[in-house]
Design a protein around this ligand. Sequence first.
Ligand SMILES: Cc1cc2nc3c(=O)[nH]c(=O)nc-3n(C[C@H](O)[C@H](O)[C@H](O)COP(=O)(O)OP(=O)(O)OC[C@H]3O[C@@H](n4cnc5c(N)ncnc54)[C@H](O)[C@@H]3O)c2cc1C
Length: 423
Amino acid sequence: MHVLIIGAGLAGLTCGRVLDSLGVTVTLIEASDGVGGRVRSDQSDGFTFDRGFQVLFDAYPAARRHLDMAALQLRRFEPGAIICAAGKRFVLTDPLRDRAAALDAALAPVVPPLDKLRVLLLALQLRRQSIEAILAGDDETTLAYLQRRGFSAQTIATFFRPFYGGIFLDRSLRTSAKCFRFDFKMLSEGMAALPAGGMGAIAEQLAAPLLARGLIRLNAPAMELLSANGRVVGTRLASGEEIYADAVVVATPAPEAARLTGLPMPQGALQTTTIYFGGMQPIYRGRKIVLNAAPDGLVNNAQMISNVAPEYAPPGRHLLSVTLLGVAEMSDEELYRGALADLRRMFAGDAVALSALAGYQPLRIYRIAYAQFPQAPGIHPLLPDNRSGRAGLYFAGEFTEASSLNAAMISGEKCAAAMLLDR
Ligand SMILES: Cc1cc2nc3c(=O)[nH]c(=O)nc-3n(C[C@H](O)[C@H](O)[C@H](O)COP(=O)(O)OP(=O)(O)OC[C@H]3O[C@@H](n4cnc5c(N)ncnc54)[C@H](O)[C@@H]3O)c2cc1C
């Protein structure tokens, strides 16, 4: 059996790895000049720049199944966050795992004491529940779920909106509560991490055995699918070359899958912008993410990447990344200036941070037009199946599961299993 996989993101790579390991002949074609799709990193002047700030949760079940986590040399964030609100900074943490910050966090007035208990209770409950139980049943928005659990408007505004807004790329908290519960469970059972070599190292690790044997063709965009006798039998590349196979897997992002197949896909796009700055001193100590609680800020969150993973910066230099939600119609210059102005407000009164920040240089901007698809409550059971319903055509991509690294890998493995069963 020869399987053609269109797209070498995490889903296509996982599908290819599973099939290849079971003796199926695979060919992957990738439109761009490298593997990884949304999980790529660039190296320049000793810095590593992920193409958009993102993290790997080390508790992701699919990551544990498919990745050699030790070889990735994961560098972990500390739990919790530093919340910047009204010109002050407050630490919030998981007291069970971060004893050093537990006292500061217990005293932080930005989150009322009862809400701190609610966070602990939620963590304990979700740790006890299986992932299947968390994802089952009726759905609602994350906001409705948090309100139903009694969280105050203050905690929702100062912590949940920027923290989960940064994960869902949407501060409105209209994302499915199933996504929230799953991510909350992952974060209470493990840590958010960066591979020492950049997020792109995840894709490179998955791709390595396939690349080594010449099974992945880069710069090879599929233009259309080829059919014969009601069956999908291959693809025509932009170059005009035709590739035939016993089965074809579309492993592109949803909009391209819709274009290639004409089949319905999840609509919409969540966008984000990542701005990188380099400096001579870190603007804060420790490995926590920094949240901007201001409701009208340009910056949603910022992180001293080199505090977490020193390998991301050359010796003696420090790397700061800043996450904006959406892609604003602003020039690079305006973005750099706007982000720095927000950072100065966030660290107001902190002389050490402000003096360090004064020396920071703009390095790079990534505008990501398609980072995730919006996951409104109730969307997950309606997502496409790995079996397209058309003979010879399968799907592997986050869009069959949920919008995450874990989901993309699960989609890849489920697609491989479906093909093997249908053989
Ligand atoms: C900035 C950002 C932040 C994120 N944050 C997180 C996070 O913190 N945690 C998390 O779990 N997830 C996060 N995500 C989501 C996660 O990265 C994605 O869900 C996942 O990578 C999707 O993988 P995929 O294989 O389904 O799709 P993709 O990675 O999009 O891969 C699809 C591949 O198909 C290729 N392709 C497209 N068209 C064609 C064609 N015609 N012919 C051949 N090839 C084609 C593309 O070039 C690409 O390589 C984030 C994403 C971004 C961009």
